[in-house]
Design a protein around this ligand. Structure first.
Ligand code: ADP
Length: 375
């Protein structure tokens, strides 16, 4: 019997699920928007993921529906569940990755460590929060933000007036304390519907202009205690929210060595791309296994260190493949991944991963190989 997985969304995350699906003999299908990259190489339907009829008819031919983004409306997800479709992660879990206010409230209920936060309905409430938190705050739009869009540091209640004006009646923004973090971390876990959970080692993520630029795996200088605490947070959130499939927990490490949860992604995540070339089981294979409720693979790293460098923007002239020969000749240990996307300033168009036993060498090789691709 052939196993059939339907992925809603045709971006690079869906695209990177295709290789392990092919290796395992899983029939993978993608519901893509026009000209999406994954649609070039997987059986696909082209259509609007906000349209219930389109998603229902896509789901008819697969055993399980999963996602490469979090934007499928709850009404569409509910229709899938009502029609008896297996949906992983389920709508009741996905809501916490769709709405940062709902996530903060739920994580508080679970007793997870997180920044001070509040739902603020207008400039006066935001000013109160700023006054109570040292004169500055981070304001976030609860929905639709990505790569730092929808995140703003403010020092006056009026600094977010344009976002308050755009809210629906009774709506709120999320205000958070401005965390004085020493670095950002990410914890990946995967969980099956029947309950099995596995965790990869916690990694360090380095952002530039709000976009992930590099990932160091495992997080350098992470002691046993921190590795344990981070894994425990990931496992508790996955179980507490009934997440199925891959979960990434973005976290801050503070100067007083606390870990605070920033946000959640319920799908393979940029901070886990290193697992393709640096762990026994990649996050993409694991996600497929998890949503199909198959036994999960080992998460052990295959080398002491793996470093992933994103290719942001791409070359100013020519395509990524034009640079292959030079990059491959100079850096034969580099694993180069491209997404079939047109280069554009700041856009994630590919990544390079290098693994090995000396962190400095691995960082150098990964950065040097990625630099051939511009950006
Ligand atoms: P997005 O959904 O756009 O990824 P995030 O909530 O992850 O938004 O925020 C993007 C970046 O902004 C984070 O990676 C971090 O660098 C910074 N940031 C977010 N929240 C805070 C905070 N409370 N304190 C300090 N920096 C923050």
């Amino acid at each position: 019997m052939v196993l059939r997985v339907g992925v809603v969304g045709g971006g690079q995350l869906a695209r990177m699920m295709i290789a392990p699906a092919v290796e395992l003999g899983i029939d993978i299908r993608v519901l893509a928007e026009q000209e999406a990259m994954a649609a070039e190489i997987a059986a696909s339907a082209v259509g609007d993921y906000t349209d219930t009829g389109t998603v229902l008819s896509f789901a008819r031919d697969v055993d399980v529906v999963t996602f490469d983004h979090e934007h499928v409306p709850q009404t569409v997800l509910a229709a899938l569940v009502d029609a008896g479709v297996a949906v992983h992660p389920g709508p009741h879990a996905l809501q916490y990755a769709q709405d940062k206010l709902e996530m903060r409230a739920k994580l508080a209920e679970l007793g997870m460590p997180q920044p001070e936060w509040a739902a603020v309905h207008g400039a006066a409430e935001l000013q109160d929060f700023i006054d109570a938190n040292g004169g500055r705050a981070v304001v976030k739009t609860p929905r639709g933000g990505y790569d730092g869009k929808g995140v703003r540091v403010v020092s006056a209640g009026s600094d977010a007036q344009d976002w308050f004006d755009a809210l629906d009646e009774g709506g709120a923004l999320l205000a958070e304390e401005l965390v004085d973090f020493t670095r950002e971390l990410a914890q990946q876990v995967a969980r099956r519907p029947s309950g099995q959970i596995v965790a990869w080692p916690v990694v360090e993520t380095i952002q530039r202009d709000g976009v992930c630029a590099e990932v160091l795996a495992p997080a350098p200088k992470a002691g046993e205690k921190m590795i344990e605490v981070a894994a425990r947070i990931g496992v508790d959130i996955a179980a507490g929210l009934d997440v199925t499939g891959a979960l990434a927990v973005e976290m801050f490490e503070t100067s007083d060595e606390r870990i605070l949860v920033n946000e959640l992604a319920m799908r393979p995540h940029n901070s886990g791309h290193w697992t393709q070339d640096g762990a026994v089981t990649s996050q993409f294979e694991q996600h497929l296994r998890a949503v199909l409720d198959l036994p999960l693979g080992e998460t052990t790293p295959t080398a002491d260190w793996a470093v992933m460098v994103n290719i942001l923007g791409g070359p100013s002239d020519g395509g990524l493949t034009d640079r292959f020969a030079d990059a491959m000749r100079a850096h034969p240990s580099a694993k180069i991944h491209t997404y079939g996307k047109a280069p554009r300033p700041g856009r994630k168009v590919g990544h390079v991963t290098v693994s090995g036993d000396d962190l400095d060498d691995v960082v150098y090789e990964a950065r040097a190989a990625a630099s051939y691709f511009g950006g």
